[in-house]
Design a protein around this ligand. Structure first.
Ligand SMILES: Nc1nc2c(ncn2[C@@H]2O[C@H](COP(=O)(O)OP(=O)(O)OP(=O)(O)O)[C@@H](O)[C@H]2O)c(=O)[nH]1
Length: 447
């Protein structure tokens, strides 16, 4: 299967020369493109109105099935079908007064959709601030990372940053809170003691460093670019301290319950998250900003409706549009704010998504520099089975030696919460020997 070449302009591909930023323009282009879709639908409707003056007009876009006589064909209803079918269907059943009403309602829906897009545009240009509430170490089969939970002023969601590398620190987390003790700081994952001073100094240096480079001329960018691609990542990592962020790998990932938690293969989201973790862990440092933008921002409930529409033959974009949502409702203000808080000013972005690149490069007051994008290659398209094994199926290949912390957790659940797991008498937190349970499936999985 051919490798997909993302449909992006030359400025967004891995550049041979550094790329310039165009603040504000990206959001504008994106907004206009989305608005165009809504307006085209509206215009289509108006044209129909002109040609069939006495006839009834558009149905609600929610009526996404074809009507054939008395029966319904639940497949392949296109927006055109909706227009045609509704005309026929409505003309035989409804009075022109109620049809005019339906038509008016439809117009209002499209205007509302256009307003939504306007709101999205406004959101894209507003300044978002992010504050890290807590940071915790998470051991996993590849080592450990630090999960950062954020509040932003963009919405009420708890956005996350999955941070690889001990030296990437959140400035907002480190800020002192009034009346807090050292223990309070430790509980929320902020540094204490000698480390606190060291981290504080480095964050202060980072601010100076970032201010200095924000008005960097071409020569300086060129230099950064060369460093980013010519140095051995291990060398960069070894040399790096808190104030130095040399275009690490970054992924901005949107929540997908179906793909990530229950392993749906309708999408590649589960794979992409696992693969991004694998690639970043290989380099030793980098960040995945995990945004709670389920279903490209429309939420799980609406995404499930979209899946039902897809089962009727619509693609993922039309399904959203038929539900009166933009094809992609996401903005990236929170991601920008989180990366800035972590001191990431330059990055290589793991993505195939042009809109994401454009939005990250644009935006008011953005200091972010997406040096290049690194494609997310679907490994199952090649014969690189080992790599696929490492990422997509990693939860199925767990070995005892990386599971000691999970085993301790299981022991507590068995001891204190009545979970049906039994351990040898000689149990110790480091050397665990769970007895094989009776379930054949469980036993097989653990062998
Ligand atoms: N509405 C909708 N959302 C979907 C669908 N499939 C996946 N998603 C959501 O899409 C988001 C991921 O979007 P993608 O475009 O696949 O990936 P991306 O993260 O934007 O792009 P990349 O950076 O190239 O991976 C997640 O929030 C998923 O829940 C779908 O069919 N409909």
């Amino acid at each position: 299967m051919p490798f997909p070449i993302p449909d992006i302009d030359s400025a967004t591909a891995v550049p041979s020369t550094p790329v310039e930023k165009a603040p504000g323009r990206a959001a504008e282009v994106h907004f206009n493109a989305s608005l165009d879709v809504a307006l085209q639908i509206l215009e289509k409707q108006n044209n129909k109105d002109d040609t069939t003056d006495a006839e009834p007009k558009l149905p609600s876009p929610r009526l996404a099935t074809k009507s054939i006589g008395a029966s319904q064909d639940l497949s392949l209803a296109t927006p055109d079908d909706l227009i045609t079918e509704s005309t026929t269907c409505c003309s035989s059943r409804a009075s022109s007064a109620s049809l005019a009403e339906a038509n008016e309602r439809q117009k209002r829906q499209l205007e509302a959709a256009a307003r939504d897009l306007g709101a999205k545009h406004a959101k894209e240009t507003e300044v978002v601030t992010a504050s890290c509430q807590v940071r915790a170490r998470i051991p996993y089969p590849g080592g450990h990372f630090y999960l950062h939970a954020y509040h932003t002023n963009e919405d009420k969601k708890e956005h996350l940053a999955i941070v690889f590398g001990d030296d990437i620190r959140s400035a907002s987390l480190e800020e002192p809170r009034e009346g807090e003790s050292d223990m309070d700081r430790r509980i929320r994952g902020a540094s204490t003691g000698a480390l606190r001073r060291l981290v504080g100094d480095d964050i202060a240096n980072r601010r100076i460093h970032n201010t200095d480079s924000s008005d960097s001329d071409g020569e300086q960018v060129d230099d950064e670019y060369t460093r980013c691609f010519e140095l051995d990542p291990a060398e960069v990592f070894a040399a790096s301290r808190l104030s130095v962020v040399d275009a690490p790998l970054v992924r901005i990932h949107s929540e997908c319950f179906t793909g990530e938690t229950v392993s749906s293969v309708r999408c590649d989201c589960g794979y992409q998250l696992a693969e991004a973790m694998r690639l970043i862990q290989q380099e030793g440092r980098g960040v995945i900003v995990y945004l709670r933008q389920e279903g490209r921002g429309i939420g799980l409930l609406e995404k499930l409706k979209a899946y039902n529409l897809q089962d009727m033959g619509h693609d993922t974009v039309d399904a959203n549009l038929l539900l009166n949502h933009p094809a992609d409702a996401r903005t990236y203000g929170s991601a920008r704010a989180i990366l800035e808080d972590l001191g990431i000013s330059k990055m290589r972005l793991l993505t195939n998504n042009t809109d994401k690149i454009r939005q990250l490069r644009g935006g008011r007051n953005s200091n972010l520099d997406v040096v290049c994008h690194v494609p997310m290659y679907p490994r199952w398209w090649s014969n690189d089975a080992d790599a696929a094994q490492l990422s997509y199926f990693r939860h199925l290949g767990l070995k005892r030696d990386v599971m000691s912390e999970a085993d301790r957790y299981l022991q507590t659940k068995a001891k204190r919460m009545g979970h049906m797991l039994s351990f040898d008498e000689s149990f110790s937190p480091t050397i665990l020997a769970p007895r094989a349970p009776t379930s054949a499936l469980y036993t097989q999985t653990n062998n």
